[in-house]
Design a protein around this ligand. Sequence first.
Ligand code: ADP
Ligand code: FDM
Length: 212
Amino acid sequence: MSYRRGALIVLEGVDRAGKTTQCMKLVQALQQSGRPAEMIRFPDRTTKIGQLISAYLEKKHNLEDHTVHLLFSANRWELEPMIRQKLEQGISLVVDRYAFSGVAFTSAKPGFSLEWCMSPDVGLPRPDLVLFLELNPAVAAQRGEFGAERYETSEFQKAVMQRFQQLMKDPSLNWQVIDAAKSIEDVHAEIKTHSEEAAEAAQHQPIAELWK
Ligand code: ADP
Ligand code: FDM
């Protein structure tokens, strides 16, 4: 069977680690090497659910913590048919945050277990590669002050980082930790190598399900 699907490549990491910069460079590099590729990001603030999330992040209104967690997950599920369709058409998707941010951020709040936080995202398309851009908070701070959005405090980000460390222990996923303190070009080179390997390996495999 000459089944050539696109790869699902996720970038995760702390705030200002360079996720958006690297997603854009990776899409360009994949396209230049002849692989159709597109970028998506979560939350996708353009949908109705995304607009509710965006207003919450901008502190324009409050939402109960379980509710907002489920909205973030619903925002991924509403794009799931599009994600699956693009991958099946041979388009690789480079994703700026995914269910791992979902779990890490909510479970950093008091009273939330990893298991509860993972459950609404079980069964989403499983990424072929998850790149974790690791950056010391002091270096991240030199890249700009925290903005005014919800979650942008160093104490909360520290708790989020601990949850990411727990998620990275999962052997069912291809996690790669990248030193995001290096130059933009050096980080890009590393990400590109991992991504090309993952895309090669993925192209003859069916799309798997996350955490299943
Ligand atoms: P994120 O999406 O993870 O929040 P961005 O890609 O928006 O991060 O980058 C945050 C800031 O840091 C931007 O001003 C960007 O130009 C800068 N930046 C990104 N990568 C690097 C790097 N490797 N070294 C120095 N500055 C960087
Ligand atoms: N975030 C992001 C969550 O809390 N849950 C999620 O499922 C996702 C995808 O939203 F603070 C948080 C993480 C971050 C904010 O900010 C999104 P950016 O700047 O748009 O990545």
